[in-house]
Design a protein around this ligand. Structure first.
Ligand code: B1M
Length: 211
């Protein structure tokens, strides 16, 4: 337990070199991977609050994000689970104008563990790139669009409407990210919404099984 607290402090402090070792020590101490992950997610909330109040600035926020990403790398093999990748291909990315990828990466990890082959387009994905990726890949059954900023909600809408308005078929579209709600997902024409990575995997399977 003590090590999880150290992981949380070091993520907040953006200590990229220390976090992976501490995550491993927390595991060795007997902490569950999901509890360590939750600890790091909680730290990012604190970091966000400190940014909102002007206590820290973008560079500190970026260092915390990098530290968390290093910690997640250690947990990844433990969280991935045993997947047969039989539910088809999922194209995932963060919408245009948005550089946040920690949540998207966690969602990707969970959807992969539910049985999808993942194609990650990264961040700042323009609407037309989603279409290209659906055409370029075999057996695309799911498109997952992440958006973390209120200012990129219109880009999320544009992405979903471009994808749904194309002549391409055979897949469902799921959206999510901190400012996104079920109501907004319905409003922009997405097939599904999930508030977090775990429920995104559950929703992904549900959507694709209804194809
Ligand atoms: Co930025 N940022 N950021 N940031 N950042 C937020 C999001 C913010 C809430 C901070 C704040 O003000 N309190 C705020 C947004 C306010 C708003 O729009 N409502 C904000 C801002 C303002 C900005 C900038 C504009 C700051 C500036 O430059 N002045 C700028 C924008 C840059 C851009 O994108 N164009 C910016 C930049 C950055 C960094 C680059 C420094 C860095 C990102 C680095 C990276 O991702 N590689 C960063 C960070 C780290 C944050 C906070 C602190 C942490 C985000 C995070 O990783 N959270 C964040 C504050 C916060 O979240 N409290 C903040 C942990 C992650 C696990 O949670 O991403 O929410 P989250 O993902 C969750 C769910 O949302 C959901 O599941 C995930 C896991 O459970 N989910 C999905 C996500 N995608 C999903 C997709 C799905 C389903 C569920 O289906 C497809």
């Amino acid at each position: 337990m003590a090590k999880i607290n150290e992981v949380k402090s070091m993520v907040k402090a953006g200590k990229t070199k220390l976090v992976p070792g501490l995550v491993q020590e927390a595991l060795d101490e007997g902490s569950a991977a999901k509890d360590i992950l939750q600890g790091m997610v909680d730290s990012m909330s604190v970091v966000g609050d400190k940014f909102s109040t002007g206590e820290i600035f973008v560079p500190e926020m970026l260092m915390a994000a990098k530290a968390m990403a290093k910690g997640v790398d250690v947990l990844k093999p433990l969280m991935a689970g045993d997947s047969s990748n039989s539910l088809g291909t999922c194209i995932i990315g963060t919408v245009a104008g948005d550089l946040h990828d920690i949540g998207k990466n966690l969602v990707s990890m969970m959807i992969e563990s539910a049985g999808f082959t993942m194609v990650d387009l990264g961040v700042d994905v323009p609407a037309k790139r989603w279409i290209e990726a659906i055409k370029e890949n075999q057996n695309v059954t799911l498109v997952a669009c992440s958006g973390l900023l209120t200012t990129t909600m219109p880009a999320l809408k544009e992405a979903v409407q471009t994808i749904k308005g194309s002549s391409l078929t055979g897949f469902k579209v799921i959206v999510g990210g901190a400012p996104v709600t079920q109501e907004y997902a319905v409003e922009i024409g997405a097939d599904g919404f999930a508030p977090d990575a775990g429920s995104a995997a559950v929703k992904a399977v549900e959507l694709v099984k209804s194809l």
